[in-house]
Design a protein around this ligand. Structure first.
Ligand code: ZN
Length: 183
């Protein structure tokens, strides 16, 4: 569905009213507009370059891109969370350009999300783009819905998706974590 910008502005105004603020107050008069713009920019994020691969049939290596911080939005609380993502795959004929994994990570984060699904979406996307069934994605997240509301507890939430060799072969999994921790 397309973004309804005017409606978002109205909701921003309504939100201010509902929490006892005066939307005509000079200091927050532009806030409904900023609110609408923030949601539009977050949801309408696009990247057509996330899937480009180049064929490299003889390469059968472990490829890992690690420590990519990304912002997403918790679908339960509409509050942001930040997750640091590391992702890898064992090349099976098609290589992803280096920046493409970063693009896939950002693209997967720009929607209402859960960290578990974010990790899954990234793995799906890498699997589809590379044709490799051996894909590993690890996320360490901090969720404002737990850090600034509710229990108000600083934390790190870890989630991982291990597919193919990373799931079935302890050596492949160990190599991935070795690279993540020491590479
Ligand atoms: Zn939440």
């Amino acid at each position: 569905m397309p973004i309804d910008f005017e409606r978002l502005e109205e909701i921003g105004r309504e939100l201010l009213l509902a929490i006892g603020q005066d939307p005509n107050d000079e200091s927050i008069r532009e806030t409904p507009h900023r609110f609408a713009k923030m949601w539009r920019d977050f949801i309408e994020y696009k990247d057509d370059n996330a899937d480009k691969t180049f064929p490299e049939l003889r390469i059968n290596q472990l490829v890992v891109v690690k420590d990519m911080p990304v912002w997403s939005m918790c679908e339960h609380h509409l509050l942001p969370f930040q997750a640091t993502i590391s992702a890898g795959y064992i090349a099976a004929g098609r290589l992803l350009g280096l920046s493409k994994i970063g693009r896939i990570v950002k693209l997967s984060a720009h929607r209402l999300q859960m960290q578990e699904r974010l990790v899954n979406d990234i793995a799906d996307h890498i699997e589809k783009a590379t044709g490799s069934l051996s894909v590993a994605v690890l996320a360490s997240g901090t969720h404002t819905c737990m850090a600034m509301r509710g229990i108000e507890m600083p934390h790190k939430m870890i989630s991982s998706e291990m597919r193919g060799a990373f799931r079935d072969e302890p050596e492949a999994r160990a190599e991935f974590f070795q690279v993540i921790n020491h590479g």
